[in-house]
Design a binder for this molecule. Sequence first.
Ligand code: GAL
Length: 443
Amino acid sequence: MPQATFTFPAGFLWGAATSSHQVEGNNRNNDWWAWEEQPGRIIHAHRSGLACDWWGGRWREDFDRARETGQNAHRLSVEWSRIQPAPDRWDEDALERYRAMLRGLYERGMTPMVTLHHFANPLWVAERGGWENDETPVLFAAFVQKTVEALQEYCTMWITINEPNVYTFMSYVSGLFPPGKTDLRAGMKVYANLLKGHVLAYRIIHNLQREARVGVAHASRPIIPAGPLTWLDSIPANITNSFFNEAFPKALMTGKLQVLNFSAHVPEAIGTQDFFGVNYYTQELVKFDLTRASDAFGRRFYPKDAELSTTGFIAHQPEGFFKVLKWAKGFGLPVIVTENGVEDADDHLRPRYLVEHLHQVWRAVNFNWPIKGYFHWSLVDNFEWERGWTQRFGLWGLDVDTQQRIRRPSVDLYAAICKQNGISSEMVEKYAPGSLLKLFPPA
Ligand code: GAL
C-alpha cells in the first residue's frame, strides 16, 4: 500500500463551527425560543433548553477539548438578543462574557471567527416584522457597531450573516423556521434586506477595524439535472441554483439581487466581501415534475447508491465539494470553509466523510486555489433547529440530560489531521480504512 501524506499550506486554519442558539442554552429572548414553545414546530417537541450550556460556562471545557486536539481556530456566533435585549438597552455583562470567550480562544492560541447573525433574532425585532421590515438592516447595523466595538480587541475575522439563502428559504418559503411563512414575495424582501444589513455591517466593521476581514457564510448545495431528459430537468435545476446558490454571492459582485422576475438594486453591495465563506454538506439531483409548482417544478433527491447520514438528511458526496470550491474561487477572493460535516450518531460515516471531504480541499489547494481554512460542523452535538436533537453533528457526542461529552473516534482522526496539517495514509488506514483505496490507490 502506498504511504503518503496530503499536506496543507502553512498557516491553514483548522477548527470547528458553532452558533449561539445551538450551544449556549437558555436563549429565552429570541424568536427561536418562542418557536420551540409552539406545538408541532420541532420534531418530538424537542427544546434547545440548556443546549451545550456554554452560557453556564462550559465553553471553557469545550475550548480546552478543541485546543488539546490540535484545533487552531474556532467559529462561534454572538446572540443579538443577549447583547441588545430591548431596542433601548445594551447588556454590558453579555458583551463581557463574549469578550471572555474570545479571550479564552486567544489564550489557547486559537484564532476566533465571529458570526453576527446566525438565524435567530431578538423577540423585539421579530415583533416588528423581522427582516421583512425595512428598518431591520439599520437596527442590525447598530447592533454590529456596538458588538464589534466591544469585541474587536480579540477578533479580526467576521461573518456578517450566516446562510442568507437558507434563512430566507426556511423562514419564508418552506416555513420550517420562524416566522413560518410560505410567501415568496415576502422572502424576496427579506433576501434584499439581509443583503442591505450585510452591506451596512461590512462598512461599519471596516470603519472600526482596518485589518478586519469580513465575509458571508454561503450555503452551497449544487442541484444537478438528473437526466436522461437533462434539458427538461435543467429547468428546476437552474431556478433552484439561481435562487439558492447564486443570487446572494452574485449580488455582492454586481450590486443586483436577481431571482426570476424579482430584482433589487443595491449598488453599495459591490465588493463587500473580503473572503468567500463556503458551507458545504451535500448535493442533490433534480427531475422535472409538473405537479411541484412550489418547488420550481422539480423533485429533488439523492442518487440511489449514495450513502446517507443517520436520518437521511445528508448524502455523502465529496465530489460536489470540489465543484463548489472551484465555483467559489471564481469570485477571486480567499476561500474559507465555514461549515462542513455530517450527522452521524454512531460515527460510522463521519471518519470517511471527513477524510474524503478534506481530500477534496487538498486537491483544490494543489491547484493553488486560495483556500485558507476549514471549520468542521460541529465541535459538540448541538440543537439542530427544527430537527431538534435527532441529528448529531458533533465530533464529540453530548448526553443532553447529563451534559456529559462523549469522545467519538472522529475526534482523534481530526486531531491527527490538525496536528500534522495533513492527511496521511496511516491515519486513513487507522481511522477510515474504507476510504484508503480511494484516497491512496495502489500504483
Ligand atoms: C447549517 C447551519 C448550522 C447547522 C448545520 C447543520 O445550515 O448553518 O446552524 O444547523 O446546517 O444542520
